[in-house]
Write a protein that binds this ligand. Structure first.
Ligand code: SF4
Length: 159
């Protein structure tokens, strides 16, 4: 396995949460550009993906939260994603996760760098039922189940 940077060094193509690369695709129409992520990926072919935009949720959009379980439970039909306005967007999150996985397969990305904490992209920490919990977002869980190695943006903070 090695460190996150070792994994990146071996990867031919890397999927990356689009907001980390500077795309204004967050729910609030802002980016979450992380210069250390951009620097770590310098010279690599990168596939930027925003699962929530891919799921046609649009920008801006109401923030959404996980209820009943983390991303894996959503994939299994045992949990839901609901906006703070009360709209069930589980289907959109599932569609976005499927498209993120399709992009990884199409471009041969065996590694993904994902934005920590997101209900889609979180790879080790998400909010479930209002509390921060160990777990993955919906797209992260779909990628992990398909064998894509996940790297949190937080793993790249140290040089
Ligand atoms: Fe970033 Fe992922 Fe949220 Fe899109 S779904 S804004 S890529 S964290």
């Amino acid at each position: 396995m090695g460190t996150a940077r070792d994994q990146l060094a071996r990867a031919d193509v890397v999927l990356c949460s689009a907001c980390l690369f500077g795309f204004d695709c967050r729910y609030d129409a802002r980016d979450k550009r992380k210069p250390h992520v951009v620097e770590a990926l310098r010279g690599k072919p990168v596939v930027p993906v925003c699962p929530e935009m891919a799921g046609e949720l649009g920008v801006p959009r109401p923030p959404a939260d996980l209820f009943g379980g983390a991303g894996g439970a959503v994939l299994d039909g045992e949990a839901r994603v609901v906006t703070r306005e009360g709209r069930d967007v589980t289907g959109a999150f599932l569609a976005g996760a499927a498209l993120a996985l399709e992009a990884a397969r199409r471009y041969g990305a065996a590694v993904a760098v994902l934005k920590e904490g997101s209900p889609s992209c979180g790879s080790r920490r998400v909010v479930v039922d209002g509390a921060s919990t160990v777990g993955m977002g919906v797209a992260a869980a779909a990628l992990a189940r398909a064998g894509v190695a996940l790297i949190s943006d937080e793993d790249l903070e140290q040089p």
